[in-house]
Write a protein of this length. Structure first.
Length: 265
């Protein structure tokens, strides 16, 4: 049994002190691949270097809505050049965040829609951040059209989940589902189509209940797997296989292990 972490910021400074050890822990836990989305143009070089030096890591390039102060209009044509040259597995992380105060909503919308157009142009999936903004995200996806991807760390309603499924979008499920208080999310996970489900950590953020207050890391993904399997009444091996296959299809990842895993995995 092996897993794909569909959303890990493994290039983040929080991993600078022990990135190699964290990568080894992930492998020991059976997490053979990670999709690593960018947040800002000034981090793309580091992201590329981290993914190049750690087998099984696959980059996505984009401009995250929470980092508007680091974005410039010229970063959009630069992003197009990066995508054309680097051929990442996705465009992102991009999207809308109406939760954090002070973020310019129109600027977010402009950056988001321009990135959606790039994803459509290059026929790449898009990794979407949608916090207190799922309806606006759905409206943008419909407006641009011809898209596929994932809304990561999904926190919307069952109706919104169904709308995203009809648009061809998967949902990324991570640490929040492990908390008992997340009853609406748990009901969605229990009943959503299996082909819409991806597992993620969002490392170093959003740890599960077992690691509350700690830095999250890809090695903790099996905790998410266990809860999702329990909620769906399925064997963990079956959920692991299905979510792995979903990630392979969406991101065009290798269907086989990029590196051999330790026997304990």
């Amino acid at each position: 049994m092996w897993l794909i972490d569909s959303h890990s910021h493994f290039d983040a400074p929080e991993f600078d002190a022990d990135r190699d050890a964290a990568w080894q822990r992930a492998r020991a836990a059976g997490v053979a691949m990670q999709v690593v989305p960018a947040v800002a143009a000034d981090g793309w070089d580091t992201l590329r270097a981290v993914c190049t030096s750690h087998p099984g890591l696959f980059p996505a390039y984009g401009l995250h809505p929470m980092f508007l102060d680091r974005h410039r209009p010229e970063h959009l044509p630069l992003l197009r050049d990066w995508i054309a040259r680097e051929r990442p597995v996705a465009v992102g992380e991009c999207g809308l965040d109406f939760f954090v105060p002070g973020l310019d909503a129109q600027a977010q919308q402009d950056y988001f829609e321009d990135q959606l157009r790039l994803a459509r142009e290059f026929e790449l999936p898009v990794i979407v951040h949608a916090r207190r903004a799922v309806d606006a995200v759905i409206a943008a996806l419909r407006r641009i059209g011809g898209l596929r991807g994932v809304v990561h760390s999904f926190s919307g309603s069952p109706e919104q989940a169904a709308q995203l499924h009809r648009l061809g979008f998967l949902l990324g499920i991570g640490g929040p589902v492990t908390y008992d208080r997340a009853q609406r999310l748990r009901r969605i996970v229990a009943g959503m189509p299996l082909e819409q489900l991806l597992l993620e950590t969002d490392s170093p953020d959003q740890p599960g209940v077992t690691h509350r207050g700690q830095r999250n890391e890809p090695a903790f993904l099996p905790e998410v797997l266990a809860v999702v399997a329990q909620l769906r009444g399925m064997a963990p091996e079956a959920v692991a296989a299905a979510t792995r296959d979903n990630a392979v299809r969406l991101f065009n990842l290798p269907a086989n292990l990029p590196v051999s895993l330790p026997a304990s995995a």
